[in-house]
Write a protein that binds this ligand. Sequence first.
Ligand SMILES: Nc1ncnc2c1ncn2[C@@H]1O[C@H](COP(=O)(O)OP(=O)(O)OP(=O)(O)O)[C@@H](O)[C@H]1O
Ligand SMILES: [Mg+2]
Length: 141
Amino acid sequence: MIADKKKAEKIIKKMFEQKIEDNNLFLFSGDLGTGKTTLISSIITELTGERYVNSPTYTIVNTYNWEDREIFHVDLYRLETIEDILELGIFEDVEQESIFFVEWPDDFMGFFKQWKHVMINLDKTDKEDEREIMIDEYSLY
Ligand SMILES: Nc1ncnc2c1ncn2[C@@H]1O[C@H](COP(=O)(O)OP(=O)(O)OP(=O)(O)O)[C@@H](O)[C@H]1O
Ligand SMILES: [Mg+2]
């Protein structure tokens, strides 16, 4: 799917309303500056009504509340090992109700593929204000 920012927000909103019913682990892959944070921010704003959503570039994890569930927005860019990830102490909750939006999962797919997940891939196109977004669902069998 090709989308400019506004269109992407609309499409994604519709899609996430459905997908979030039976998925809670969303992995956002894509080169530097392809729009991972922007997309996740608009999803979180859409869900929680919170107007301003910060990038977790420095905090690594930002936590939000939605209904009675927690949402974790995670940026793994600066982490190096699985131990770093486990130290965050949040991924135990994948099997609970919590919802995860993860940037830079790519080096850790061996870890993430133990769970059912949705992979969102962002790419730049030759137009400055446009992105290609690909979404695939992976179940365990
Ligand atoms: N769908 C889109 N269409 C056009 N421009 C976009 C889109 N999404 C984001 N951008 C722009 O791309 C730039 C980078 O966005 P963003 O920080 O969300 O990317 P990122 O993938 O999270 O980057 P990083 O790799 O540093 O984490 C911003 O200037 C943003 O406005
Ligand atoms: Mg980002």
